[in-house]
Design a protein around this ligand. Structure first.
Ligand code: GLU
Length: 294
């Protein structure tokens, strides 16, 4: 049997403009797929209209194009995929791997871990609101290609987690798994802020009988006060520099050492020829002054 063709993807949520942190994920996922002769796809994760910022999908796509990041194929919009998510929820319900939950926010503890109130049926007096995935004590450990072995257990992190919300919207964890499979993604390269979602996604893949892609979580930039850089736009290279400088900065952040002063197209040619994941810092966060921290 032929090995699966390499497919990578970048999957921004339209909750704001492209910023340096998301550019790093875009560049990393693009180079990892394209330097292996694979395809790089773009998916707009517009499944949460209340959080969406109007016009940001189009601005993200425009900025990616301006930076030379052009996807190999049509853009997938998650807002067009609700039927597929509903089918996945129904399959999980049929298999007894998901259940209706009648809890509202005030029934839940602040820890964020679901205490299991509706696991064996909705208590009298409550109505079904959301749908939760039944997390068993199964092993969803995986080997991250950059961060090494990860043995997070969803039973400890989230407990049974929501796959369809009380407002009828589908949860990120479910949509991402259904669409990574639909787009035949073989490798996920994204920011380490999503590392602790991965074990939940692997559990869902197993429950739905889907193959898991490989995972590589890139360091994310944080400010000295520990906030993600996405919240600080003042000196963001995506906004304040020409495209070649912004891409060069993302490459430097990823440990690659491009010659300075290249044009955008020469920079991409250089990056595709020289992409080396062994140079990427294997940490979860990086402070702006390049002090590495785990
Ligand atoms: N849509 C998510 C975000 O913008 C990323 C999803 C993913 O890469 O799995 O944070």
């Amino acid at each position: 049997m032929n090995p699966l063709p390499v497919v990578g993807r970048f999957a921004p949520s339209p909750t704001g403009d492209l910023h340096f942190g998301s550019l790093v994920s875009a560049v990393g996922s693009y180079l990892e797929a394209r330097s292996a002769g694979g395809l790089w796809l773009l998916r707009i994760e517009d499944i949460d209209p209340p959080r969406e910022i109007k016009g940001s999908s189009d601005r993200i796509i425009h900025d990616l194009n301006r930076l030379g990041l052009v996807p190999d194929g049509p853009i997938l919009y998650q807002s067009s995929r609700r039927d597929a998510y509903q089918r996945a929820v129904e399959r999980l319900l049929e298999k007894g791997l998901a259940y209706p939950c009648g809890c509202s926010r005030k029934d839940l503890s602040k820890s964020g871990k679901y205490p299991g109130n509706c696991r064996n049926g909705i208590p009298p007096g409550k109505k079904p609101r959301s749908i939760r995935f039944r997390v068993e004590a199964n092993d969803c450990a995986f080997e991250d290609r950059l961060q090494g072995p990860v043995s997070d257990n969803p039973a400890d992190i989230s407990g049974d987690f929501i796959i369809k919300r009380a407002d009828g919207l589908f949860a990120y964890q479910l949509a991402v798994v259904v669409d990574d499979d639909f787009q035949r993604v073989t490798q996920v390269v994204r920011g380490a802020d999503l590392l602790d979602s991965t074990s939940r996604q692997i559990c869902l893949q197993r429950a739905l009988g889907l193959d898991s892609p490989s995972y590589m979580h890139l360091p994310v930039v944080i400010s000295a006060d520990g906030k993600k850089l996405s919240k600080r736009t003042q000196s963001d290279p995506v906004k304040h520099h020409d495209p070649a400088t912004a891409v060069e900065q993302a490459l430097l952040f990823l440990g690659q050492c491009p010659p300075s002063g290249l044009s955008l197209s020469s920079l991409w040619n250089w990056a595709l020829d020289h992409w080396n994941i062994n140079l990427i810092p294997g940490t979860r966060t990086i402070l702006p002054d390049n002090t590495l921290s785990v």
